[in-house]
Write a protein that binds this ligand. Structure first.
Ligand code: 5AD
Ligand code: SF4
Length: 504
């Protein structure tokens, strides 16, 4: 076969008919199943197997020599961390990271399914990838992450973007080496998505993005099934890592010189519920605070599982930072009920009161959805008043986006789009006002800043974060990058602080 024929064969990959046959095949295949609420709710509570024996298949160990990869990551910290694992796997196969997507031999899009606009970005990127594949048919293009767990997305990619070489799900990451091999040698698109969550694989390699701050998974999945949310389907049931594995990972990060870890989970307060002994997030933090690492954060919390013991442990302070990201979603009890959040407005306010009583300097931040199906003006006003009462210093705010397969997506919604947009704007104005006010309170104070590097806007300025996660810019010698230094705050903007190094 000459080069041109080879090119044509690869670019033309399967026809629509072949795709439809392949779709049918997938439906008959145990490795693929679309999200299904009823089935997901009946997840077996069977023990999760934990594996410590992962290794790269022998025939894949050198396959990436002199080749490069590029991973574009969308969405949350969990995805960022999954990308670090995939980068680790690829580097064990000999690949190095390409500085630009179009130069890479393997391109992966690690996708996010949380809202429609996140998905649109990925489909937009697929449009850009088509000419790259045409120019270089040998490049392997893979779609992974949360969107791959959605049946509709897999169909759409197979039909409209046949140049994609592989699709794999969030439970199949450790299979990347084998899937890559299949994609290299097989004509049809390789699709491997397990609807049922996999086991926990402990010894996957990680190529971490930074040398100062590290992500550490403490659990996977979510069993809360909020009615708007796709995560319980894309990430599977709650599975906690064993405390000793987490503690060892954090100890190793401390030995490697890391200054900060962020413990990750979709609902970290459910940590330990599935363990066969009485051990929860509070117990874990109580052990982790003994480790000689300056800063420990955790995200994301759910108000429902935030217990008193955890608050008591957080009050011990030390390396446990008093910033809590506590998504509330709405300030209306009626909306919270239809969201199936399992708490009322009053429950949330009581919890905040308890937290503030034990942690008087705590910074609280949150996530809020506006325009949930048929949210009334009054219910929205309840959200505004809750934001003021709690005094959130920051909030991630979203317009509700229907997600196929979730209960809320089936509900008729009478609220016009422009009303939702206006609500979002009003909410953002309030949140920004509170954010600025919180920032201004720091003026004149001396705060500890972990200097991460040059500011993105000005290389003569260094930037870093306080314990309460406030961005601080300052002029200081570059030798301080990686250090935690005292900084006197001189002025404040809505999103960042400016200060001077305290030298005496
Ligand atoms: N529409 C809008 N926002 C959503 N979130 C989750 N699902 C949706 C959805 N369908 C928001 C929630 C969650 C954050 C990560 O994303 O606020 O806390
Ligand atoms: Fe989604 Fe969070 Fe609710 Fe889980 S707790 S279903 S991740 S919003």
């Amino acid at each position: 076969m000459n080069e041109q024929q080879k090119t044509q064969q690869q670019v033309m990959k399967p026809t629509t008919k072949e795709h439809l046959e392949r779709l049918q095949q997938l439906h008959n295949d145990a490795t693929y199943e679309p999200p299904n609420l009823k089935k997901a709710r009946k997840r077996l509570k069977k023990d999760v197997d934990i594996h410590y024996d992962f290794s790269i298949p022998e025939d894949m160990r050198l396959i990436g020599e002199n080749q490069t990869y590029y991973i574009r990551t969308y969405g949350c910290q969990m995805n960022e961390h999954d990308t670090e694992v995939m980068a680790g796997l690829l580097s064990l196969m000999g690949y190095t990271e390409a500085s630009e997507m179009k130069e890479a031999d393997v391109i992966l899009l690690n996708t996010c399914a949380i809202r429609e606009n996140a998905e649109n970005k990925v489909f937009g990127e697929l449009g850009h990838l088509k000419p790259i594949k045409k120019e270089n048919p040998d490049v392997i293009i893979g779609i992974c992450g949360c969107m791959s767990q959605e049946e509709g997305v897999v169909h759409r990619i197979m039909q409209k973007h046949p140049f994609v070489d592989m699709i794999f799900g969030t439970h199949n990451i450790h299979r990347l080496p084998s899937l890559l091999k299949e994609a290299m040698f097989q004509k049809a698109m390789v699709v491997e998505v397990w609807s049922k969550e996999g086991d926990i694989i402990e010894n996957l390699p990680k190529q971490r993005k930074g040398k100062l701050k590290a992500w550490v998974n403490i659990m996977y999945g979510c069993d809360k099934f909020c009615t708007y949310c796709i995560v319980p389907y894309t990430r599977g049931k709650e599975r906690s890592r064993l405390p000793e594995d987490i503690i060892e990972e954090v100890k190793q990060l401390a030995r490697d010189g890391y200054k900060e870890v962020t413990l990750l989970g979709q609902n970290v307060n459910a940590y330990g519920k599935d363990l066969p002994f009485d051990y929860r997030l509070g117990h874990l933090l109580d052990e982790l605070r003994e480790i000689d690492i300056p800063r420990i954060r955790f995200t994301t919390s759910h108000p429902r599982d935030f217990d008193d013991h955890l608050i008591d442990v957080l009050a011990k302070g030390g390396n446990l930072l008093d910033h809590i990201h506590l998504p509330v979603q709405s300030g209306s009890t009626d909306i919270l009920r239809v969201m199936a959040r399992r708490h009322t407005r009053e429950d949330y306010l009581d919890l905040v009161k308890k937290i503030k009583a034990k942690l008087p300097d705590v910074t609280l931040t949150t996530d809020i959805i506006v325009g949930f199906p048929n949210e009334t003006d009054e219910q929205f006003e309840d959200t505004l008043s809750l934001v003021e009462t709690v005094g959130f210093e920051h909030a991630f705010t979203f317009i509700y986006s229907p997600r196929e397969g979730t209960p809320a997506a089936r509900w008729k919604d009478e609220t016009p789009e422009d009303v939702k947009k206006e609500r979002l704007q009003r909410l953002n104005t309030l949140v920004n006002k509170q954010s600025k006010k919180a920032m201004e309170r720091y003026i004149g104070e001396v705060v500890d800043v972990l200097i991460e590097g040059e500011s993105r806007k000005n290389p003569d300025v260094l930037a870093g974060y306080t314990k309460r996660n406030k961005l601080v810019n300052l002029k200081a010698p570059k030798s301080l990058i990686g250090e935690i230094v005292p900084v006197r705050i001189t002025h404040a903007k809505t999103w960042s602080l400016y200060g001077e190094l305290v030298t005496e």
